[in-house]
Design a protein around this ligand. Structure first.
Ligand SMILES: NC(=O)c1ccc[n+]([C@@H]2O[C@H](COP(=O)([O-])OP(=O)(O)OC[C@H]3O[C@@H](n4cnc5c(N)ncnc54)[C@H](OP(=O)(O)O)[C@@H]3O)[C@@H](O)[C@H]2O)c1
Length: 205
């Protein structure tokens, strides 16, 4: 069991928080709107708590579950409160019609967060290429992730596995931009025949 903190109280915060609590983790919710965090904590149950937006998170793993355009500001707002934490960046920096990205190679949202975060904080991109409503089904899925140090990725892998997800390590920080494109791939497949009840996976032979 891990203590995890989630910044945000929207769709993904709900899906991840619910799944994490069901699988035995202690979940702390932090939102700029304390009432929304409180309502979500009640909905999740299982001892979920509410933390103060901007204060040091209780969890060693902190899920950044806000829109990509706000993510750097949010991490900057937390500042030293995030020192030593592992941040999971779930953002999809989609352009207006979700056919391309607002980020460029070498400057993924994860890499921008790593630059904004205090020294020693690790940023791992994960869960961005799984639709929230599919994650909420609580069925086994493949979970692609990348970024941060090898040690941070191994801790994120253990966390993903504990949620009944199969962790698939795509590599270091340079691969986080590839995972942002994986979000676009997911959208393209969903829109062109596969439908939105879809998850990406790898076949290992
Ligand atoms: N939905 C999906 O299927 C899915 C799948 C994979 C990845 N993602 C990614 O996950 C992230 C969250 O998506 P979502 O669907 O959960 O979005 P959402 O339902 O719109 O929730 C966004 C959350 O971000 C908070 N927020 C926005 N701007 C903020 C700011 N400046 N400071 C602090 N908090 C701020 C919102 O707070 P308020 O409630 O106060 O506005 C809300 O709690 C996005 O980056 C998205 O690309 C989504």
């Amino acid at each position: 069991m891990t203590a995890i903190s989630i910044i945000g109280s929207g769709n993904m915060a709900t899906a991840i928080g619910t799944r994490a609590a069901k699988h035995g983790h202690t979940v702390e919710l932090m939102s700029r709107d304390a009432a929304k965090a409180q309502a979500l904590a009640q909905q999740i149950g299982n001892g979920a708590t509410v933390g103060t937006f901007g204060a040091r998170p209780a969890g060693d793993i902190v899920i950044v579950a806000v829109l990509y355009a706000s993510a750097v500001d949010v991490v900057t707002h937390y500042g030293d409160a995030l020192a030593g934490k592992i941040l999971i960046d779930i953002t999809n920096p989609f352009n207006a019609d979700a056919t391309g990205l607002a980020t460029t190679p070498g400057s993924s949202v994860s890499q921008q967060l790593a630059a904004a975060a205090p020294e020693g904080t690790q940023v791992v991109k994960a869960l961005n290429s799984i639709f929230g409503h599919v994650l909420a089904q609580d069925v086994p899925l493949d979970a692609l992730f990348a970024g941060g140090s090898a040690e941070a990725r191994s801790r994120v892998a253990a966390f993903l596995q504990s949620l009944d997800l199969r962790p698939l390590d795509a590599g270091g920080p340079e691969m986080t931009h590839v995972l942002e494109w994986a979000g676009i791939l997911l959208m393209g497949l969903a829109r062109n025949g596969a439908g939105f009840d879809l998850a990406l996976g790898a076949e290992i032979r």
